[in-house]
Structures are given as structure tokens and as C-alpha cells.
Design a protein around this ligand. Structure first.
Ligand code: NAD
Length: 352
């Protein structure tokens, strides 16, 4: 598979990635290589990765606890302390080996350490391959508020090796599928139809096409002034729902993709009411999503808390919640204001 040239870094696939990584390390003469993992990627991915790393540099592994709940500043401080105690300097390289939590947090940690050291992303979940590891957004949550602290920073390269997916649970594969559906709805109807018809899907092709789309969008609008906002489709309400489940001790957390999938159904409904997005397409989006994910009934008594979390979305300006909605597939409108009653109606529509 050919590499994809992103903004200022390449995305390499399979073995080629490891060769390029070895070249990068020898060319830049890094002092130490820090590999950031969680306990799952240490057990399942590190043994696959390490034989591919050809270097005589010092290697240190830093492990954090897995899960969104640990994507916070406290964990970053722990990693910064570990890098410092292990003698990290400005010529250190961080390799993030994990899902979106590791690539988001690791990229942020590297970009802030001594005002920025190099990092390489090696995503190990479907979601992080198709979305989180590409595009230059790094950061962590503040309490349960998603991605409130962070910055744009590009890795030196991204290496996508689908071998890592062999140990990813079906639930996490479905989580990544939500972001591929998002690309289909907002940017590539052919891709959406392929998922809808679920025939002869090849995971390598899906990943390659998803990264191509993300890259095309980010290249045109790296700082999310306009087009890039389409990548937030389903995420405005989706993030509030994800946060709500994170903070509710009596409820099982949703995966990122499960929450975004609910968000896409609701935001399709809002689009039909406000922009005339065809109602048969709302139905289609809902059907595709409910064919992949079990319905999570959103309880009426939880609506107020979800609405409250929505008010903290990063895209809000002057306290106004800004949605990206659809006129049609592949045709979006940014900065849409949605009346509170319609947001609630959209959650009731999803529940039905
Ligand atoms: P994750 O990193 O929490 O991974 C999910 C689970 O899979 C974890 O328990 C992890 O330990 C485990 N895991 C990882 N690789 C594995 C493997 N190969 N085999 C077995 N288990 C493995 O979450 P995720 O779903 O990968 O990513 C979600 C995060 O990505 C969210 O924080 C979201 O906000 C972020 N995100 C960021 C962007 C961006 O542009 N930066 C885009 C989309 C999502």
C-alpha cells in the first residue's frame, strides 16, 4: 500500500512504516526512545512492535492505565515525571503505541515537554487508525469534559499496521466503524453505501480510504475554520452523551464510537427539521446505526444532565452550542444553532 502524505508528515502502512521509523531514528540521532502504552497495548501490541524496532538507542517503556477516564492532566503529569526521571531531553522521541487515548495523550505530552519533542503515532485500534492518530489534534479531558485541554501538533509519522487489530474486541472494532460511517455520510456517499450494503468490505481498503478522506479535509482546513468541522458531525451531542456516561457511576461507559453513533442519528434528525435533510436519509442513517450498535435507551430523567454537558462543548461560542448539520449527504452547514426542544426531540427520536 502506498504511503499517504499528510500535512507535514507521512502515514505509512504495514512493514514500510517500520523501515521508515528506523530511518527517522538514525537520521535524527534521538537520545532516548520513550514508548507510551497502556496495560493492554503493552501485553498485546508491544511484543509485536518491538522486533520491528531497529535501533541501538536506549528504549524506555512508560505504561499508563487504559481508558478514557485516564485521559487527563494527572496522567500527563505522571508521564512527564517519568520522562524526566528517566533522563528525557529535547532529543527524546515519544512513540505512542495504543488507541486514541494513548495517541491523543501521548501527542499532547510530547508537544508540551520542554516546549515540544518529536513523536510518532502507532495506532492499535480501528478508531485510532482511521481517525485519532491522524490530523494533528492532541489533548486530554478536563474532568468528564472531552478534549478541553490540548493543542494541534503533528507527529513525525504515523504507522498503520493492521496486525494490531487481531486482538481488538468486536465492541472496539464497532467503535471505530462509527468514524468510518461519519466519513461516508459527510464526505463519501459511496463509502456509506458500501457500509450500508455490508458486502465485500475489506478492512485495509476502509482504513486507507478513511485516512485519505481525513487527510483531504485536514489539508484544506487544518485549524478547523470550516470544512474540518464536518468531522464533528455526530460529535457535539455524542461527546455530551459520552461524558454523561463517563460521569454516571451506575451506568456502563459507552465507547467513543457508540456515543458518536447515537449523536449521528440525533444530528441527522435535527438536520431534517432545520435544513430539510431528507427524512428517508434520516431513516437510513438510523437503520444502519441500529444494525451495528445495540440501542442505548437515553432516559428522560437524564436529558437535563446531557443538555448541561452540551453547554461545555469546545465549539461553543458565547455560550451558544454550535452543531454541524447536513443539507444532504456530502453537503453540510456549520455553526447551526439548535433549539433545546429539538435536541430533546432528537434523543426521543433515537429512542423510538
Ligand atoms: P482507547 O485508546 O481507550 O482504546 C480502547 C480500548 O482498546 C482500550 O482498553 C485499549 O487498551 C484497548 N486496546 C488498544 N489497542 C488494542 C489492541 N490492539 N488489542 C486489544 N486491545 C487494545 O480508545 P479508542 O477507541 O482507540 O480512541 C478513543 C479516543 O480517541 C477518545 O479519547 C477520542 O476522544 C479520541 N479521538 C481523537 C481524535 C483526534 O482527532 N485526535 C479523533 C477521534 C477520536
Amino acid at each position: 500500500m502506498n504511503s499517504i502524505k499528510a500535512v507535514s508528515y507521512p502515514v505509512h502502512f504495514q512493514d514500510k512504516g517500520y523501515k521508515e521509523l528506523s530511518n527517522l531514528i538514525s537520521t535524527n540521532n534521538y537520545s532516548t526512545i520513550f514508548i507510551l502504552v497502556d496495560e493492554n497495548t503493552f501485553d498485546l501490541c508491544y511484543p509485536k512492535f518491538i522486533p520491528n524496532l531497529e535501533t541501538d538507542k536506549r528504549i524506555e517503556v512508560i505504561e499508563i492505565d487504559s481508558g478514557e477516564i485516564n485521559k487527563n492532566l494527572e496522567t500527563c503529569i505522571g508521564v512527564w515525571n517519568a520522562i524526566t526521571e528517566l533522563g528525557g531531553d529535547r532529543k527524546s522521541l515519544v512513540i505512542t503505541l495504543g488507541g486514541g487515548v494513548i495517541t491523543d495523550l501521548g501527542g499532547f505530552v510530547a508537544s508540551c515537554f520542554k516546549r515540544g519533542i518529536d513523536f510518532v503515532n502507532i495506532p492499535t485500534t480501528l478508531l485510532s487508525m482511521v481517525d485519532a492518530s491522524v490530523g494533528g489534534k492532541t489533548g486530554v479531558d478536563l474532568g468528564v469534559l472531552k478534549n478541553q485541554i490540548g493543542l494541534f501538533a503533528n507527529p513525525e509519522m504515523v504507522i498503520v499496521d493492521t496486525e494490531y487489530l487481531t486482538t481488538v474486541s468486536e465492541r472496539e472494532i464497532k467503535s471505530g466503524t462509527a468514524e468510518i460511517i461519519k466519513y461516508g455520510i459527510t464526505y463519501d456517499t459511496k463509502l456509506f453505501n458500501e457500509i450500508k450494503n455490508n458486502k465485500g468490505l475489506n478492512v485495509n481498503d476502509l482504513i486507507f480510504r478513511s485516512i485519505e478522506i481525513k487527510n483531504e479535509v485536514v489539508l484544506q482546513d487544518p485549524k478547523e475554520q470550516n470544512l474540518r468541522k464536518i468531522l464533528n458531525f455526530g460529535h457535539t451531542l455524542g461527546h455530551a452523551i459520552e461524558s454523561f456516561y463517563l460521569e454516571s457511576e451506575d451506568k456502563e461507559n459507552l465507547t467513543h464510537g457508540e456515543a458518536i453513533a447515537i449523536g449521528m442519528v440525533c444530528e441527522s434528525f435535527m438536520s431534517s427539521k432545520l435544513l430539510g435533510f431528507p427524512s428517508e436519509k434520516v431513516r437510513e442513517v438510523k437503520d444502519v446505526i441500529l444494525s451495528i450498535y445495540n440501542r442505548t435507551i437515553l432516559l428522560k430523567e437524564d436529558f437535563a444532565a446531557i443538555m448541561d454537558l452540551l453547554k461545555h462543548d469546545k465549539k461553543n461560542v458565547n455560550g451558544q452550542v454550535n452543531f454541524v448539520l447536513l443539507n444532504d449527504y456530502e453537503d453540510h452547514k456549520i455553526d447551526c444553532k439548535v433549539p433545546e426542544e429539538l435536541i430533546i426531540e432528537s434523543m426521543e427520536f433515537y429512542n423510538k
